[in-house]
Design a protein around this ligand. Structure first.
Ligand SMILES: [Fe+2]
Ligand SMILES: [Fe+2]
Length: 285
């Protein structure tokens, strides 16, 4: 019997800045209509969960609109920026990690279904030197070394943007140190796929021996202009059947295609959390 999962990501919800709340409600309806067995959220559920606990609480409550059970992973908006990227905002701290774990069931996890082992990783621990970073790496090493099933990995930040062998600016992808470490681990025990968020764009790419799925956001479109990327808003659907799986993007036409610069009143440099408050009109939470 095939198992259906939905991956959604980058919802950027907040009770103060409600620009993307309506889209989330519509996405939740579209997800429920597909009757998935499970939903995975790969992070950036909030606008500013790093500073505002209430944003995380609000985002968590919004997910009650989804009928299926949900597994969450933190994004940079929820838990802070990794040290390599700390110019972009408040850094990851133990306090921010603990807050996420207090409000969401876990920051990393495994799911076993039939012939598959799915692993959810916390990308925000990378290079933090927190105890939990080492624990996660040990845990992952052990999981990959002993896995007897097909493996799929879910994580917020992608390992790379265009090609794992290039050295890209880390604002789009993971730092090379972590990337190299993970690629080494995966070489010995290759997963079938890696599924990420963070880029607010869809693409599926094959880089032997794996497929990389980049999940679209439900909140706002990416301004990245790269051939082959689709910035329409939506989510991913995965159907697992035996040793096979099919991953497809879903772009519900009812989602409003928000442009971030427009939302910020044309001020490209302004942080979303500093835009004048615009609370959501609550319809269902
Ligand atoms: Fe995001
Ligand atoms: Fe992100």
């Amino acid at each position: 019997m095939p198992t259906k999962f939905i991956q959604l990501t980058d919802n950027h919800l907040s009770g103060v800045h409600g620009f993307f709340y309506e889209n989330f409600c519509k996405a939740a309806q579209a997800i429920n209509a597909r009757q998935p067995d499970l939903v995975i959220n790969t992070g950036d559920v909030s606008v500013a969960g790093v500073d505002r606990r209430e944003d995380l609480e609000f985002a968590r409550a919004c997910h009650d609109l989804i009928d299926a059970p949900i597994h969450f992973l933190p994004g940079n908006h929820d838990m802070g920026e990794i040290p390599d990227d700390s110019k972009k905002g408040p850094p990851v701290t133990k306090e921010r990690l603990d807050r996420f774990k207090e409000l969401f069931p876990a920051d990393r996890w495994t799911i076993e279904i039939e012939n598959w082992l799915l692993i959810g990783l916390n990308s925000q621990l990378i290079n933090t030197n927190l105890e939990e970073e080492g624990e996660q790496l040990e845990w992952l090493t052990e999981l990959l070394a002993t896995a007897e099933k097909q493996v799929g990995i879910f994580i917020h930040r992608p390992l790379w943007l265009v090609n794992p062998r290039t050295r890209e600016p880390i604002e789009f992808s993971d730092p090379p140190s972590w990337r190299d470490q993970l690629i080494m681990l995966m070489k010995a025990h290759p997963p079938r796929f890696m599924a990420t968020g963070h880029l607010h764009s869809y693409r599926t790419l094959e880089v032997e021996p794996m497929l990389y799925h980049f999940c679209p956001s439900t909140a706002y479109r990416s301004n990245l202009q790269i051939d082959g990327w689709d910035a329409r808003l939506g989510f991913m659907e995965y159907v697992f059947d035996g040793d096979d799986y099919v991953a497809s993007p879903v772009f519900p036409t009812e989602l409003e295609q928000h442009d971030l610069v427009q939302v910020k009143g044309g001020n490209r440099k302004m942080k979303l959390k500093h835009v004048p408050a615009s609370p959501p009109v609550l319809t269902a939470t």
